[in-house]
Design a protein around this ligand. Structure first.
Ligand SMILES: [Zn+2]
Ligand SMILES: [Zn+2]
Length: 315
């Protein structure tokens, strides 16, 4: 219980783009939950890598021996709705069809490769790497037999969330919070409230101490075990439900809107509120829940973020 609590109380830091994505991943304690199921070397040997190599350069319209293995691989990790049909001739199963192209592009996008739709060398190399056995995506089958792929957004380990009786949340600003940055944070709350279809509503608390969500400017070591590091690297962090703390690094250059060499307060507030509500980082680069930020740009909520929140709370 003690270790579970200490894990829950680690905030989620948001790292600058220049601090490299790898650093971001390594610095996030909750990312480890994706790792225990990495394939063993035995599994790797049985992966379709051998046949993939022989198929290098394949694209839509081709019929190449082994395409069905590619279909099975993409189906296993949630990119394609495919089951090998024993009644079909192998030749037909080895046809690179429209659905496979869509699935392959989706895979390439997820791993930030060029979405060529062709089984090119970078894609084969990515597929050959040891990986988590858990699907990247969940395919929802609809009654009309069409299906779409839901992905990108993620929930925090243990799926912490606000109890259903707690849909109206109050927020308060710490004593050193600059007054001029209060309106962009309030706008961020309003955007999440709208995105939730008013499932959540947010109002400013009468006192900081009594607020459900406590928002403050902090610098360096500030008593929560996750010190900021001066200017650069970590911009802000927030704690999962139902802790409610959100800290901005006071040593960063903050602004309202897209101002060169500064970070937009509303953009970071949107991201951190996502953590306060229980969302993890998204794999979707344009999502507000993507884990890194560039200076001088603004971002808003995307359908990925909104779908994530709605899925988490069953809205
Ligand atoms: Zn974050
Ligand atoms: Zn903190």
């Amino acid at each position: 219980m003690a270790s579970r609590n200490s894990k829950l109380f680690l905030p989620f830091s948001c790292i600058l783009l220049l601090a490299s994505f790898i650093l971001t991943v390594l610095s996030h304690p909750h990312d480890t939950h994706l790792r225990p199921n990495t394939l063993s070397s035995k599994d790797t040997n049985s992966s379709p890598f051998g046949s993939l190599k022989a198929m290098q350069g394949s694209h839509k319209g081709d019929t190449v021996k082994g395409i069905r293995d590619l279909k099975l691989y993409l189906a296993h990790f949630g990119y394609l709705n495919y089951h090998k049909n024993p009644n079909l001739a192998d030749l037909e199963e080895d046809h690179f069809d429209d659905k496979l192209e869509v699935a392959l592009k989706s895979y390439q996008v997820y791993y930030h490769l060029n979405a060529t739709g062709t089984l090119d060398e970078p894609t084969i190399s990515q597929m050959a790497m040891p990986r988590c056995g858990f699907p990247d995506k969940v395919i929802h089958q609809h009654t009309d037999n069409s299906f779409h792929i839901v992905s990108h957004y993620q929930f925090l380990p243990g799926t912490p969330k606000w109890p259903s009786v707690k849909r109206h949340l109050t927020y308060g600003f710490g004593p050193l919070f600059p007054t001029r940055f209060m309106p962009p944070v309030t706008r961020a709350f309003n955007k999440w409230a709208t995105a939730s279809g008013r499932y959540f509503t947010f109002t400013r608390a009468t006192s900081y101490q009594g607020a459900d969500l406590k928002i403050s400017f902090q610098r360096v070591s500030h008593g929560d075990g996750s010190p900021f590091n001066g200017s650069g690297a970590v911009l802000a962090h927030a704690f999962p439900p139902v802790d409610g703390r959100l800290h901005f690094d006071a040593d960063e250059r903050w602004a309202i809107g897209a101002v060169p060499n500064t970070f937009d307060m509303e953009t970071l507030a949107l991201h951190e509120i996502g953590h306060l509500l229980g969302l993890d980082h998204s794999q979707f680069q344009s999502a507000i829940m993507w884990g890194s930020f560039s200076a001088g740009v603004t971002k808003g909520l995307t359908s990925d973020d909104i779908q994530g929140l709605r899925a988490l709370y069953g809205i």
